[in-house]
Ligand binder design. Structure first.
Ligand code: KG4
Ligand code: ZN
Length: 423
């Protein structure tokens, strides 16, 4: 049986994207036309400009994706499924992609799949990342012949942390079409917090290095000799220790604290400037605080999920800020203390965690530790899909289309956009 082929279209924001992906995980083509140059001088995304650029660019983007996919003599007829972002996003922009997809699907008599943009971000890891610890099903088969839904790809349920300029979100993926949002941000996104702080600290931009101001801040912070210099003046947002265990993110307070420290340091300096050592220490302090904030919520989520009997297999970190090495290693450290396929490794938990687990769970700590020894539990894995597929793209839309199609989840040709679409 030949693999299925999907065309994906994504126009929810400021990139016009089309891609062709197969159910055996091959990316046959991907085309992305950015509108960055149009919006940058305006200081932000202008919906009307984005709408017009999508209208102008989408036909040739789709044409290029089809022509460069090597579809053979059947050409476009070889495509089995047409998937498109339905929301959330900018209404007029979504409309351009959706109408193109609906018309193509109807004209070619192919199934149409309307995709939730955030679900697609969450499912990307199932396309890109196999578990190196698990054998392929058949020793002679290549990685690409492992069918959808089977290990060694991240199995449901898993946690996804989306951390970028546009999203700051922690969610549980229960299945292809069921998700729960655990936390979103009350104010700035984490990417904005990194960008604003980098600007506040006059951190030199590193041309040619991917990742923008956030990546420059990370590099700059490596020069810090006293990362704890400002420890007491940088609050960890919504910290458990302050009694509030709310599952929410917030970065505005941390950003203001940085500004306050910069102003105080400048005022106290004879030349009205903050020297480089101190700026490096503050950059490191900020990064540490922001990462600790994310870590506390992820840890809380792992405990909560366990209490609810959810066997979380992995934590998928996605989005530009996911490139941050401090973030990755701290998340690794946390996840290694939790296990799946068995029970939480209580022997590795702090007494506070154990108490919490005992209080809320039907499974008491002793039973849990017994289970870890009798069941083949493995640590919760941290998975970071390749950066290119963590930002907005049509590959993730095509892939989600394939996952949904195989569950029988198709849509009629008259579906509408859903600009505000909760998970
Ligand atoms: O996902 P992404 O590339 O695109 C948008 O959301 O637009 O995320 C971009 C964000 C920017 O705020 C950038 O400063 C941040 O990700 N970023 C980082 C790092 N690399 C990129 N933040 C912290 N550390 C990094 N290494
Ligand atoms: Zn996105």
């Amino acid at each position: 049986k030949r693999p299925l082929i999907a065309l994906g279209i994504e126009t929810s924001c400021d990139d016009t994207c089309a891609a062709i992906v197969t159910s055996d995980r091959q990316i046959l083509s991907e085309v992305l036309r950015t509108q960055h140059h149009l919006h940058e001088p305006m200081g932000g995304i202008v919906p009307k400009l984005a709408h017009h650029a999508h209208m102008r660019n989408l036909p040739s983007v789709v044409q290029e994706a089809i022509q460069s996919a090597g579809l053979g003599e059947r050409g476009i007829q070889a495509i089995d499924v047409i998937a498109v972002t339905r929301g959330p996003g900018l209404a007029h922009c979504l409309g351009v992609g959706l109408n193109a997809a609906k018309t193509l699907a109807a004209a070619l008599n192919k199934p149409l799949i309307g995709v939730h943009h955030m679900e697609a971000h969450a499912l990307t890891a199932r396309l890109t990342t196999r578990d190196p610890d698990l054998p392929t099903q058949d020793a002679s088969s290549s990685e690409s012949s492992v069918p959808i839904g089977s290990d060694p790809y991240p199995s449901f349920p898993f946690l996804t942390l989306l951390v970028s300029g546009g999203h700051t979100m922690l969610l549980v993926a229960h299945s292809v079409d069921r998700y729960t949002t655990l936390a979103t941000t009350l104010d700035d996104s984490i990417g904005e917090a990194f960008d604003k702080t980098a600007r506040e600290l006059d951190i030199p931009w590193l041309p040619g290095r991917a990742g923008g101001p956030g990546a420059s801040l990370e590099e700059f912070a490596k020069g810090s000799t006293d990362p704890e210099r400002y420890l007491n003046r940088l609050p960890i947002p919504l910290s458990l220790r302050s009694g509030k265990s709310e599952m929410k993110f917030s970065f505005a307070g941390l950003k203001s604290a940085v500004t306050r420290i910069v102003n105080q340091e400048k005022a106290g300096s004879p030349i009205g400037e903050m020297d480089e050592n101190k700026r490096q220490d503050l950059a490191a302090g900020f990064q540490n605080c922001a990462v600790t904030h994310l870590c506390q919520k992820v840890e809380q989520a792992l405990v909560d999920c366990h209490e609810q009997g959810m066997d979380i297999s992995s934590l998928v970190i996605s989005g530009g800020v996911g490139r941050n090495a401090t973030l990755r290693s701290r998340m690794d450290e946390i996840c290694s203390r939790f296990e799946h396929g068995g029970a939480i490794a209580t022997d590795k938990m702090s007494s506070k965690e154990k108490k919490k687990l005992k209080r809320g769970s039907s499974l008491n700590a002793t039973a849990a530790s017994k289970e870890t020894t009798t069941r083949a539990a493995r640590p919760v894995r941290v998975i970071c899909p390749p950066p290119k597929l963590c930002t907005d793209n049509a590959v993730m839309i095509a892939w989600t289309g394939l996952e949904r199609y195989q569950q029988g989840l198709t849509d009629p040709y008259d579906i509408d956009i859903v600009p505000k679409w909760p998970l």
